[in-house]
Design a binder for this molecule. Structure first.
Ligand SMILES: [Zn+2]
Length: 140
């Protein structure tokens, strides 16, 4: 009886060590958090879009309510789309090694702020200034 010889293929995969990061990258927890959030926002968006497409035909008073619901959903879709864009943006920002660095002034963003708002790419100071500018622009 011939002995079956198992090939001794032990091609070791060399674990490649990433170069010591000089830049700020997302750590695994942060990355996961953002991915989870992204998935959630995405699911919610799909759900809302589907709902908007299958708007039931309403009559009488129900029309107003349906219109109101629809407008509410549209606003929500807009907000979620924006959030999705922000998450994509911060992931892109992080890929460049700039996670936690303010896009506007280049200073580190307060870790507490990042923990609460992982999709942010601005420090509090810049965010406030940008909001003020936006408000001023809107008043014109
Ligand atoms: Zn800043």
């Amino acid at each position: 009886m011939p002995k079956k010889i198992k090939p001794m293929s032990k091609s070791k995969k060399i674990a490649r060590q990433p170069a010591t990061p000089k830049n700020n990258h997302l750590n695994e927890t942060e990355h996961k958090k953002l991915q989870t959030e992204r998935a959630q926002v995405h699911t919610e968006l799909e759900h809302l879009r589907a709902e908007l497409q299958t708007a039931p035909e309403a009559t009488g008073d129900a029309v107003d309510l349906a219109v109101y619901e629809r407008e509410k959903n549209l606003a929500l879709v807009k907000r979620l789309e924006q959030k999705l864009a922000e998450i994509d943006h911060v992931l892109h920002h992080a890929k460049k090694g700039k996670y936690g660095i303010c896009e506007r002034c280049g200073k580190p963003i307060d870790p507490a702020r990042l923990a609460a708002l992982p999709e942010t790419t601005h420090c509090v100071k810049c965010k406030n200034e940008l909001e003020q500018l936006a408000r001023r622009a809107a008043m014109r």
